[in-house]
Design a protein around this ligand. Structure first.
Ligand SMILES: [Zn+2]
Length: 272
């Protein structure tokens, strides 16, 4: 499932091709489960920039127009000088770049849990309201983490990190990795954490984001691929998630448990 590093990789790759002016829009027969809102026509509009908050991408068309994209379980964008003919392509934009060359921008999603919203600025705001501070931004600091932790004393830290309303961009593998790198057992209740733990969680976040974004994201068992259709290499830097031996102490077998229906991995020696 694409998390912040995967979305950021795709965002950067697509951004290299901007600006792109849309000439033609093609949709698959089943695009209705993905394309949820369409309040204006894309034809003739120019994509000037793509920003990201958490796992949400925001294609900006100038003045009042935005296209938001959530990749869901298996979504990705492709960019190509030739038409994208990959299976599960649900949405394809034929564009012209600055040199009037054709570029194809396509949304591919085998499982179709992703969403696209084509909206005015005003309607776009309601999607931003659902998101907390982006974990890769400068505003994400130890004071912010500590405030969030204090608000919910009875929640367990690892499932709490998955709440996008507070930690925009954290997904399941990132949450396990943050706890491991912070040296915190994922089942710990927020009320048993101290201010220094907020600092450790911040450092853990920076560490896993660096390790994965620099490798163009992380691909598990054939899942995510980037805007060029390539797999991410970030998995080689994971210390607990999908690992048998802890990558920190390099000797303790990793334990897998289930928390709030999601798999959690941790090292019983490194995480207390
Ligand atoms: Zn360990």
């Amino acid at each position: 499932m694409p998390e912040l590093p995967e979305v950021e990789t795709i965002r950067k790759q697509l951004s290299d091709y901007l600006p792109l002016t849309i000439q033609k829009v093609e949709k698959s027969d089943v695009v209705g489960s993905i394309l949820k809102e369409e309040s204006f026509k894309l034809k003739g509009k120019t994509i000037h920039s793509i920003s990201r908050t958490g796992k949400m991408m925001d294609f900006y068309f100038g003045s009042d127009f935005h296209m938001l994209s959530h990749l869901g379980m298996s979504g990705s964008w492709r960019i190509s000088p030739t038409k994208v003919k990959e299976k599960h392509t649900h949405f394809q934009l034929t564009c012209l770049n600055r040199d009037k060359e054709k570029i194809f921008l396509a949304y591919v999603d085998p499982r179709r849990f992703g969403n696209i919203y084509i909206n005015t600025k005003e309607e776009t705001k309601k999607h931003y309201k659902k998101l907390g501070i982006d974990i890769a931004s400068e505003e994400f600091n130890a004071d912010y983490i500590w405030e969030c932790i204090k608000k919910f004393p009875n929640k367990e830290i690892k499932p709490f990190l998955l709440e996008q309303k507070y930690f925009a961009g954290v997904g399941n593998y990132i949450a396990s990795e943050i706890c491991a790198r912070a040296g915190i057992k994922p089942t710990k209740k927020n009320k048993s954490l101290r201010k220094k733990d907020a600092h450790s969680l911040l450092e853990g976040t920076k560490s896993i984001l660096e390790d994965t974004i620099s490798n163009n994201g992380t691909t598990f068992s054939g899942g995510y691929s980037d805007a060029n259709g390539e797999k991410g290499e970030g998995v080689k830097n994971l210390v607990v998630f999908y690992q048998t031996i802890c990558g920190l102490c390099k000797k303790t077998p990793v334990i897998k448990i289930t928390q709030a229906t999601r798999g959690t991995y941790y090292c019983p020696s490194c995480q207390k």
